[in-house]
Design a protein around this ligand. Structure first.
Ligand SMILES: [Zn+2]
Length: 414
């Protein structure tokens, strides 16, 4: 095998550019992990990254459809290093990449500027996808995040201008996808909207639409009942948006959240009103107040409902937490309240039978308190201990005072 020492990629690039400050933003970041020496096999340069495993640090092949090797130098490949395909200029030859299922980590900027890349297969061994990992992969249109990923960043797909869909395996415990946009599992936190997406349907579970995160390509936005707040500059990058329908549940609209844009896309641009912008909303709502105070045309789509909520539907998570969801019988507006939970033994366990512990969830809504209960069987004091019957017979023959002590002790041990 051909072996040679090479300078670290970081050092080589610094020499080319003269100084680190001249490097493209995001090319380097904290998880560099590139060692001063490396070895080569086939099209790849690699380096040890820990206990007998290796990371690929450079690709030197001629491009096309490539499958990264699961082993190099006889050692398992667990990591894709930074800037694998990026040297002085963007890589325009690699069209598809299959990552082997030995890889756990995709480092920051790993696939930076693979401009011909249209397909990437990420196996369910990968747990981390670094910052700017796919930055400026301008031909990529969709990507699927496997169930194993626990860390991914809003910058991971920065500059992927053709990317329209981020899919997430439904078994992933940390993340989910809705209308091609990446959210946390519960869809209560926004992570990343693909830069090539032109319309977005935001789920009502997202209480706050965050400021500045939505990309320039967005022209059409659908909000749903449940969303409560539009942060300052929520749609400031969306200069081609011409209207927004705001649901009744939105009660807070911060400064220039909608109807304004930054013309060049730079956050230091002045906030420019979008001409002829229309806000559709309910009479008497926060949307109407916002539109009128910002001289934006307001069109009424109805009068705000004087909600009428009945009894809630309950959702328990184990025995430790529960939520109550109230639905308006007139307009279907949903309000979800976290419950507080108490518990008590409602039927004591005996030697011969299990008992019952009752958990009570209590949620306050509209000045009324609502409760819901869930029961759990509790173990019998002796029978459940495995050697039940024999001990039970022995205990029966002991004096009362000793029986009491025996029971107390066994209960304490539970
Ligand atoms: Zn209503």
């Amino acid at each position: 095998m051909k072996k040679k020492r090479i300078l670290s990629a970081a050092l080589a690039l610094c020499m080319i550019f003269g100084s680190a400050a001249a490097l493209p933003q995001g090319v380097f970041s904290e998880s560099a992990g590139i060692t001063a020496s490396a070895e080569e096999e086939g099209d790849y340069v690699y380096a040890e990254n820990g206990e007998g495993t290796v990371m690929i640090t450079k690709y030197k092949g001629s491009g096309g459809a490539i499958t990264l090797p699961p082993k190099l130098g006889g050692k398992t490949v667990t990591e894709i290093g930074m800037n694998l395909f990026y040297t002085i200029r963007a890589n325009k030859t690699v069209t598809s990449i299959v990552i082997p299922n030995t890889v756990k980590q995709i480092d920051d900027s790993a696939f930076y500027a693979c401009q011909a890349l249209t397909s990437i297969t990420i196996p369910s061994s990968v747990t981390t996808i670094g910052k700017y990992a796919f930055r400026n992969c301008t031909a990529l249109t969709s990507i699927t995040i496997p169930s194993s990923v626990t860390t991914i960043y809003d910058s991971s797909f920065d500059g992927c201008t053709a990317l329209k869909t981020i899919n997430v395996d439904s078994a992933n415990a940390s993340y989910s996808s809705y209308d091609g946009v990446l959210y946390n599992k519960a869809k209560t936190q926004y992570i990343c909207c693909p830069a090539g997406k032109t319309s977005i349907n935001i789920p009502g579970t997202l209480a706050t639409v965050p400021g500045t995160k939505l990309k320039a390509a967005i022209t059409s936005v659908t909000l749903n009942e449940g969303t409560k707040k539009l942060e300052k500059w929520a749609f400031i990058n969306c200069k081609d948006m011409r209207s927004l329908t705001i649901p009744q549940s939105v009660t807070t609209i911060e400064e220039h959240a909608v109807g304004f844009c930054h013309l060049s896309g730079d956050l230091t641009d002045p906030d420019t009103p979008i001409s002829s912008f229309i806000i559709y909303g309910y009479k008497g709502s926060a949307a109407e107040t916002y539109a009128r105070s910002n001289n934006i045309t307001f069109k009424e789509i109805g009068t705000a409902c004087s909600h009428s909520y009945g009894s809630p539907s309950w959702t328990w998570s184990g025995y430790t937490s529960a939520t109550a969801t109230f639905t308006c019988t007139k307009c279907s507006n949903k309000q979800t309240v976290n419950a507080s939970i108490t518990n008590a033994v409602t039927k004591a366990a005996t030697c011969a039978a299990t008992g019952v512990r009752t958990y009570t969830a209590k949620a306050a809504f509209g000045g009324t308190s609502y409760t819901n209960t869930k029961t759990e069987r509790t173990a019998g004091t002796l029978l459940q201990r495995g050697r039940g019957t024999a001990i039970h017979r022995q205990v029966q023959s002991l004096p009362a005072r000793i029986i009491h002590r025996t029971r107390s002790r066994s209960m304490h041990r539970r």
